[in-house]
Design a protein around this ligand. Structure first.
Ligand code: NAD
Length: 299
């Protein structure tokens, strides 16, 4: 068996076509959707990520407002900027690029963002919403994985889903989203004993550990759906995921490669959440159909 490829690039492209139509509809209603991006310091990887987000905004017709602060900017300065952006009607989404310099309390900064503009989905309100099944903005990476899974046409309900990695931005929200869709969910992490014993039962295997070559074919069930979230740069500068793609694709039924799988979707879902925010403000709760999207805007 050779797995079918889950094509994140193609899905992202088709979503962006629909985004442009939604931007037009918003403009017709007098709203120009806008995303504010805050970068503190000059971490080169963060600069690249911010650049990609600004580019994706331009691609879809979303305005972007880029705020760069010095690496030694005081926490109070970041908080004051967030308060200004919270009050700015031209801004529908606020994103603080992580990691922040160590002298800044990340939680305090994230909690300062108006939950109605928390398009990264990291505010406690949105995280709690995942637990009870009605977050306004699902976090972008697991949200992208959810849509990639949908392209396989396979119903998640009742499946064994195994998530490798338990970070706040990928693994934990991913597990909650799969649970919401009635999968039987196992979460593995660096302290998990005998990882293979868990991964081998997975009908759906999501890997987000940041360890190249972590998942080899012997750890994967025949016919499993495998989504590799990992992004690792090798010494030769190539980018690989956490899954031995060539080996595992001979056992899986579907596989999302790196690159070409989740990566492009993450930024795309950021735009989705920004448009969703603008639409909610207009009182039109549309979007592409996350279960939690009936949630009311918080006054
Ligand atoms: P993280 O370092 O915050 O968390 C990694 C998680 O993996 C932890 O829970 C850790 O316990 C677990 N882990 C580490 N080694 C393990 C092992 N040997 N066995 C089992 N679990 C192990 O990382 P993160 O921010 O969640 O990112 C994970 C990976 O996903 C990274 O490669 C990152 O670059 C990538 N990522 C990709 C996207 C995307 O858009 N495609 C977005 C975010 C993160």
């Amino acid at each position: 068996m050779t797995a079918q490829i889950i094509d994140g690039k193609a899905l992202a492209k088709s979503l962006r076509v629909k985004f442009r139509e939604r931007v037009e509809a918003l403009r017709t209603a007098g709203v120009q959707p806008g995303l504010a991006v805050i970068l503190v310091g000059d971490n080169p990887a963060s600069k690249v990520y911010v650049g990609n987000k600004v580019k994706a905004c331009a691609d879809c017709g979303v305005a972007s407002f880029h705020h760069s602060l010095a690496a030694d900017a005081a926490e109070a300065e970041v908080l004051a900027l967030i308060r200004r952006l919270n009050a700015d009607a031209a801004v529908h989404g606020i994103l603080v690029q992580l990691p922040l310099p160590p002298h800044i309390d990340v939680r305090r900064v994230i909690e300062a963002i108006d939950v109605n503009k928390d398009v990264d989905g990291f505010h406690l309100y949105n995280v709690g919403g995942l637990v009870v099944g009605n977050s306004i903005f699902p976090p972008c990476t697991p949200y992208g994985v959810e849509l990639l899974l949908e392209t396989t046409g396979i119903d998640v309900a009742g499946k064994n889903a195994v998530v490798v990695g338990a970070s706040n931005i990928v693994g934990k929200p991913m597990a909650l989203m799969l649970l919401q869709k009635e999968a039987t969910v196992t979460v593995c992490h660096a302290k998990t004993r005998d990882l293979a014993q868990h991964t081998i039962i997975a009908d759906i295997l999501i890997v987000a550990a940041g360890k190249p070559g972590l998942i080899v074919p012997q750890m994967v069930r025949h016919g499993a759906i495998v989504i590799d979230v990992g992004i690792n740069r090798l010494p030769d500068n190539s980018i690989v995921g956490d899954v031995d793609f060539e080996g595992v694709k001979m056992k899986a039924s579907w596989i999302a490669p790196v690159p070409g799988g989740v990566g492009r979707m993450t930024v795309t879902m950021l735009i989705e959440n920004t448009l969703r925010s603008a639409e909610l403000r207009l009182g039109k709760g549309h979007g592409i159909g996350h279960e939690g999207w009936d949630a009311a805007v918080i006054p």
